[in-house]
Design a protein around this ligand. Structure first.
Ligand SMILES: O=C(O)C1=C[C@@H](OP(=O)(O)O)[C@@H](O)[C@H](O)C1
Ligand SMILES: C=C(OP(=O)(O)O)C(=O)O
Length: 429
């Protein structure tokens, strides 16, 4: 259940065409903040340029963590990672590779439940011989004391790829820090199949943008050089957030802004998936502005290996398509801010559709008749809250939503954007 008991009514009968804007991409910003810190671009201009009220909470967490690492060595510093999986995992490695750093990391109970063991083991195996200590509470705090000299250890991290790509991304960002300090190549060996591989590619893209030289052989990624880039890279809009906004814009006849095709974010897959169901995305006037037109002609098929964070959004779309849809490789969804696989099943069922899980595949069948209204508890999970609201917009069916404020994590302005499109939000009696 959601930690919050606040309930809102989302009513979507008065939609109007408006330009809709996503926030900055949290995944891009987290990587850029770490690399800006390591390479002397601090504060990072393109994060400074964002208004504070629109900055995703996870970006603020990562920034606070880096600020703690930039303080002179001294007492143990406390950093609250709230609900941020990537910020927590990225920061754990950055603490471990910052000479003499001592940091106590805490977070929500749910973040504490999510898996981190393989990352901690990897850090201890590689840096323990140099003096790294990492102690875990139950589950909090996680306290790290970093060694002052790592130059004599074997420069390789080994980590399994199956649970989360964030372990490998975090370690590669650690390799960048270690390369800069020691001027020797550092590697990450990924054991087994890598899930959410597009997010590791995103990390590699950011390393290159910031001037790092990379090598790949078999399952080993190596940071082997650094040349400062001519300018500090800037940040794109968030394709995960654009997923909701493109669907809202389609329904309301509006446009989306900040849809930067040069972004390496895996959720840009939304464009292909929208086309797959028979809709068309077209450039509208202005840079990076798009509109969506057409009528859906069939169901969709998407994989949690490619774009895990889009699957809830796609489940909302699936509820209004003329044919059933298939989501594959859905197990990864159990490890997110909530058990999103259960969340998707509950949403589709609350809307009157069918969600059948077989092995690792979810078959979604839209209802023959939509309900008069539907109810959903966000369970404190931003993507479930935004997905439920998107379904309300797509279907015109009123939603009663418990726990709407969790959108802060990735998209603090989400409700404001919906209101721009004519959605009415009121407190539930
Ligand atoms: O590296 C990242 O920024 C992310 C990687 C993905 O997680 P997993 O690799 O754990 O699937 C994704 O779901 C998450 O929202 C952000
Ligand atoms: C899973 C997500 O983020 P994280 O893992 O960083 O908490 C998400 O934003 O959907």
């Amino acid at each position: 259940m959601s930690a919050s008991t606040r309930r809102i009514v989302v009513e979507t009968s008065g939609l109007k065409a408006s330009p809709l804007t996503p926030p900055v991409s949290k995944s891009d910003a987290q990587r850029a903040l770490v690399l800006g810190h390591l390479t002397g671009s601090w504060p990072l201009p393109s994060v400074q340029a964002e208004s504070d009220e629109d900055l995703p909470a996870d970006v603020r967490v990562l920034r606070r963590g880096v600020e703690a690492l930039r303080l002179p060595a001294g007492p143990v510093r406390d950093v609250d990672c709230a609900d941020g999986g990537a910020p927590f995992r990225i920061l754990a490695t950055q603490v471990a590779v910052t000479p003499g750093a001592r940091v106590r990391l805490t977070g929500t109970p749910r973040l504490g439940e999510r898996p981190h063991g393989p990352l901690f083991t990897s850090l201890k195996d590689a840096l323990g011989p140099a003096g790294l200590t990492l102690t875990e509470g139950h589950p909090w705090p996680v306290e790290l004391a970093a060694p002052t000299d790592t130059s004599s250890v074997t420069p390789v991290f080994r980590v399994p790829g199956s649970q989360s790509s964030q372990y490998a991304s975090s370690l590669l960002l650690g390799c960048a820090a270690l390369y800069l300090r020691e001027r020797r190549a550092w590697s990450v060996d990924i054991e087994g199949t890598l899930t959410s591989a597009g997010y590791l590619d995103l990390t590699l893209t950011w390393l290159e943008r910031f001037g790092f030289e990379l090598q790949k052989s078999a399952s080993r990624y190596t940071v082997s050089g650094y040349t400062p880039p001519p300018s500090v890279p800037t940040l794109p809009g968030d394709w995960s957030s654009l997923g909701y906004l493109l669907l809202v814009a389609w329904k309301a006849g509006g446009t989306v802004e900040r849809a930067d095709a040069a972004s390496a974010h895996p959720d840009q897959a939304i464009l292909r998936l929208i086309e797959q169901v028979g809709l068309t995305t077209e450039p509208a006037s202005g840079a990076h502005v798009l509109k969506v037109t057409g009528r859906p002609a069939g169901g969709l098929r998407a994989s949690g290996k490619e774009c895990p964070d889009l699957l809830p959004t796609l489940a909302a779309l699936a509820c209004v398509l003329p044919e059933p849809s298939t989501l594959t490789d859905v197990g990864i969804l159990r490890l997110k801010e909530s058990d999103r696989l259960e969340g998707i099943r509950d949403l589709v069922t609350a809307y009157g559709g069918k969600a059948e899980l077989k092995d690792d595949t979810l078959l979604l069948t839209p209802p023959s008749t939509p309900p008069a209204r539907f109810e959903m508890d966000s369970r404190g999970d931003h993507r479930l809250a935004m997905t439920a609201a998107t379904l309300s917009v797509l279907s015109g069916v009123t939603l009663v939503l418990t726990g709407p404020e969790c959108v802060e994590k990735s998209f603090p302005g989400f409700w404001r954007q919906l209101i721009r499109s004519g959605v009415r939000i009121s407190a539930s009696p």
